[in-house]
Design a protein around this ligand. Structure first.
Ligand code: SF4
Length: 505
């Protein structure tokens, strides 16, 4: 035994002491935090956890309506370790990464920037989405408070809005936090624009001739959109300007690359960093093109879930010969209007930047595909969407590989969806499906499993391409992203060849 081990004095446990010999106390969450109008001008509101671009756009969008929001840096392994050190055991990865990221940020303010703990608690708050749910998501906010308290920031304010209520948040007269319809409309505009630019990035970057050209162009687009928000100018015109930036990127799209749909648990599938071992970048470096899951999918699912619940309530009222509640009808109308507004804005911005071929997911169609396998009443995580995406991808030949990525032990994704996916892959044997967990450790194992599944996908892409008869002439314009091919093949290069022939180019 080493000297240091000898120096540890075992504590005689009487049941009331922890392993350090301190008295054990029951953790109690204090939810009664104040945030007043008087202090608002001096307080910075921190947030984060979406894609890198979306976090930055949201920050500009909310600042443009006078809200002092700042996006946190991307969570990394150091964040994860801090999350583990101060968090409870058995939490989900998104909690460890994001809670640890906040602890790291506040420690940096204290230790590097020289702010006192009291100043930090007074001048910063953290805003996140919360809500009830069948999985550990319901505990996130308490987990933030517990970890911050243990890290020495007891009393730091975590403010939340309900993730599934959107503009219908209950008003809180006691708080200066602004969750007004204007706040959510501005937020959603930034989310949608971020989605559209992200979708295009993943279509363009794998085919760039000059490495780094896409990232540079996307950064210019980010500046254009951020400035447009800040100057309160026309966002459609700004998207048109982004199109002029993107169309200059030189591409070689006749490379038969494996198309990989990345889906799974919301955060694990969307984050672009250590949280999923940089999965999208890794796939691109290995010669694949990714189909990302845009945030609008999650928004549409939340709307669908609300409508589904309302429908069930209406049926009960009818069965009980009760009059249908007026508030139910009103909510239904508001949902309809919200859905229409969401689709209209998405289409307007997408057309302006030149994303012509993208359709917002039809959640009703996806629910129909999934319902034979996944009970639609079961919510939590992505609900039935993971199962639906896999079936849709096989039926419509959307990808050579579908990866479902999720944090270790994710209840809705690993425990429910993946159990069902074994039946789906049995019924659809042509599916190339990989379910993979991220634990924050074990990157080598993660990468090697992805590489193995990708090998088969690359072969499929190559065979599909080589089976096609090449046209005599390939017009230059097909290499530009504005030319968006269609066809029954999954790969972009094969679709291009098909489109050249069918459109007589
Ligand atoms: S969906 Fe999965 S990862 Fe997300 S909170 Fe629930 S259990 Fe955790």
């Amino acid at each position: 035994m080493s000297a240091s081990c000898n120096s540890i004095k075992p504590v005689q446990s009487n049941g009331n002491l922890n392993y350090l010999g301190q008295e054990k106390t029951q953790w109690r969450d204090n939810t009664n935090y104040q945030f007043t109008e008087e202090e608002k001008n001096d307080v910075t509101m921190l947030f984060g956890g979406l894609s890198l671009l979306q976090d930055k756009l949201i920050s500009s969008a909310l600042q443009s309506i006078g809200e002092n929001y700042i996006a946190m840096p991307n969570p990394d392994f150091e964040s994860f370790q801090k999350g583990k050190a101060f968090g409870n055991r058995g939490q989900c990865n998104p909690t460890y990464f994001n809670v640890g990221n906040l602890v790291k940020y506040l420690q940096n303010l204290r230790d590097e920037k020289g702010l006192s703990t009291e100043e930090i608690i007074k001048k910063y708050i953290f805003v996140t989405s919360g809500g009830c749910g069948p999985c550990r998501f319901g505990m996130y906010i308490t987990e933030y408070r517990k970890a911050l308290s243990d890290a020495g920031f007891r009393g730091f304010r975590i403010m939340s809005f309900e993730h599934n209520k959107g503009i219908f948040q209950a008003a809180d007269e006691t708080s200066a936090i602004n969750f007004s319809p204007k706040f959510f409309i501005t937020l959603v505009k930034a989310l949608i624009i971020g989605d559209i630019i992200n979708i295009l990035t993943y279509k363009i970057r794998p085919y760039e001739v000059q490495k780094g050209a896409t990232d540079k162009a996307i950064e210019t687009c980010r500046e254009i959109i951020s400035n447009t928000f800040m100057e309160k100018k026309n966002l459609v015109a700004a998207m048109w300007r982004c199109r002029q930036v993107l169309e200059k990127i030189e591409l070689n799209r006749l490379q038969p690359k494996a198309k990989v749909m990345v889906m799974g648990e919301f955060w694990a599938a969307m984050t672009e960093g250590d949280g999923n071992y940089n999965l999208h970048r890794f796939l691109e470096e290995e010669g694949a093109e990714c189909i990302p899951q845009p945030l609008i999918n999650r928004l549409m699912l939340s709307i669908w879930e609300t409508e589904f619940e309302l429908g069930k309530r209406e049926n009960l009222e009818k069965e009980g010969n009760k009059k249908v509640d007026f508030s139910t009808l009103k909510t239904k109308l508001l949902i309809k209007a919200g859905k229409a507004a969401l689709k209209t804005h998405f289409t307007l911005y997408a057309k302006a930047i030149g994303l012509h071929d993208y359709e917002i997911p039809n959640i009703d169609k996806l629910a129909t595909l999934a319902k034979e396998y996944y009970p639609l009443d079961a919510s939590g995580g992505e609900g039935h969407l993971e199962v639906a995406h896999l079936i849709e991808s096989v039926k419509d030949n959307l990808a050579h590989l579908v990866i479902s990525v999720k944090p270790f032990g994710c209840m809705p994704s690993s425990a429910v969806s993946d159990g069902i996916q074994s039946l789906v892959t049995n019924r659809f044997p042509s599916a190339n499906f990989l379910s993979i967990e991220t634990s924050g450790e074990g990157a080598a194992n993660f990468y090697s499993r992805v590489q193995m599944a990708l090998f088969k996908a690359k072969q499929s892409a190559k065979e599909e391409f080589e089976a096609l008869e090449m046209p005599q002439k390939i017009p230059d314009r097909v290499h530009n992203y504005l030319f968006q091919p269609k066809g029954e093949k999954a790969g972009t290069a094969a679709q291009l060849i098909h489109s050249i022939k069918t459109r007589n180019l």
